[in-house]
Design a protein around this ligand. Structure first.
Ligand SMILES: Cc1cc2nc3c(=O)[nH]c(=O)nc-3n(C[C@H](O)[C@H](O)[C@H](O)COP(=O)(O)OP(=O)(O)OC[C@H]3O[C@@H](n4cnc5c(N)ncnc54)[C@H](O)[C@@H]3O)c2cc1C
Length: 404
């Protein structure tokens, strides 16, 4: 039997279905998280997450050395070409660290795969080398859960063939040195509005950051707001085609929801590991607090939550790899994301309680997770929106296909 020390991310879960190569990948990710990310957590938290670019570049270099960059990007495009289950194995490990420092691992949004060769050379290739980072800007002041309500526009200038972009984008997530965005705007064509993705450099004239507010978590990513005022881009800045934003973004949402399920699972396993170790060692009233059922039962519930979240997420990944009907997969990813994110927050709350006053200290991982896991119930579609997707699928695809 092996024992882990407090602060260590989870060892691999019991899963006889993994190949030797997958176990090796999992081990590589675990080593990276334990040796590169976890030792930096407290320093990062104490600095309010504001570290130098050089500090971030060190993490990027270590990730490239560990061959963890560009996981979901095909190998012929310079990525690792992992299957979805392999992505999940790695994200389970990433989730076991606090501060979201895994977001510094070089990569590219899945939609960049749909770029032209020139777009990939300009955005994807340097992203995979850790030299550039992109954000994905959909949300606006009046368009959150209902992304169809976006008001940002792109109007074609017939004289030059350029598009002129105007609008305001919120929660534009990325590390401090992010330098381009994939922005969702409506191409205006007479009376029609066609949601379209554009690639825009942060130094484009007319693109301006208007706020960089602090959020509940201390994260490697910031979430600033931007305005676009008459930003002129060539037609070659369109990613995919005019009117294709929803389809392209939906594929990314499904992938990202599966990743969230995986990271929440990893977070829960670490929380549980630290809580069990603490509760076994901590003595009050002359006995181990672990022997009080008021302490151990919430941990037992957390174990059930962790195991269930892992199974749901990995099943979803396997179905994605097997080419499941995208509509059914959409609902399954929502189930995994809904369950795992709600469970992880419950688990963090319970573990803060098990640690007592120590659970309220920022140097305790449980305190940080308690703040950090909250957003997993909000981004990439709130829990309520996941329920909307699931309920719709129950009716349209059938209960047996959604839960079978
Ligand atoms: C830290 C952080 C990072 C983010 N990063 C990005 C990013 O990189 N790019 C990006 O584009 N966006 C990003 N977002 C935005 C995020 O996707 C939105 O916050 C989220 O989709 C919810 O939208 P909203 O905040 O406008 O809330 P609203 O849509 O206004 O929702 C408010 C409340 O109403 C509920 N609600 C809304 N509609 C329904 C319904 N039909 N049924 C039931 N309940 C409903 C919601 O669940 C929620 O509880 C980020 C947000 C955060 C907090």
């Amino acid at each position: 039997m092996t024992h882990r020390t407090a602060g260590a991310p989870p060892a691999e879960g019991p899963d006889g279905n993994l190949t030797k190569a997958q176990r090796d990948l999992q081990a590589r990710a675990r080593t990276f998280v334990r040796e590169v990310l976890v030792p930096r957590e407290v320093e990062f938290e104490q600095a309010g997450g504001r570290m130098s670019r050089a500090w971030g570049m060190e993490i990027r270099r270590a990730a490239i050395e560990a061959r963890l960059h560009g996981g979901s990007i095909p190998s012929e495009m310079g990525g690792q070409g992992w299957t979805v289950i392999e992505q999940v194995l790695v994200h389970e490990q990433f989730g076991a660290s606090t501060g979201g420092m895994w977001s510094l691992v070089p990569g590219g949004y899945e939609v960049l795969k749909h770029g032209t060769a020139a777009q990939r050379a300009r955005y994807l290739d340097p992203s995979l080398r850790g030299e550039r980072t992109g954000s994905y800007a959909i949300t606006e002041p009046n368009a959150g859960s209902d992304a169809r309500a976006i008001e940002a526009t792109a109007v074609r200038d017939a004289a030059t063939g350029e598009y002129v972009l105007d609008g305001e984008k919120w929660f534009v997530t990325g590390p401090d040195d992010t330098d381009f965005m994939i922005v969702n705007v409506n191409v205006v064509d007479g009376e029609t509005r066609r949601p379209t993705l554009f690639l825009v450099d942060y130094d484009a004239p007319g693109l301006r950051q208007i706020a960089d507010p602090d959020h509940m978590h201390t994260f490697a990513d910031r979430h600033p707001r931007f305005v676009l005022e008459g930003v002129r881009v060539p037609e070659t800045a369109i990613l995919g085609g005019v009117g294709e934003a929803d389809e392209l973004s939906n594929a990314w949402f499904v992938e990202e929801r599966i990743h969230i399920g995986a990271r929440c699972t990893g977070a829960m396993e670490r929380l549980l590991t630290e809580a069990v170790e603490f509760a076994i060692a901590r003595v009050q009233f002359g006995q181990r607090i672990y022997d009080f059922q008021g302490v151990s039962f919430p941990l037992a519930d957390s174990a059930a939550d962790t195991a269930a979240a892992r199974l749901l997420t990995r099943e979803c990944a396997r179905l994605a790899d097997a080419g499941e009907d995208p509509k059914v997969l959409h609902a399954k990813a929502s189930i995994a994301k809904l369950f795992a994110s709600e469970a992880a927050f419950r688990c963090a709350d319970r573990v803060v309680q098990v640690f007592g006053g120590r659970g309220y200290l920022r140097e305790t991982a449980a305190e940080r997770f308690f703040r950090e896991l909250r957003v997993d119930r909000i981004w990439e579609g709130t829990s309520e929106i996941q329920r909307v997707i699931i309920a719709r699928a129950l009716e349209k695809r059938g209960v047996d296909r959604v839960v079978g």
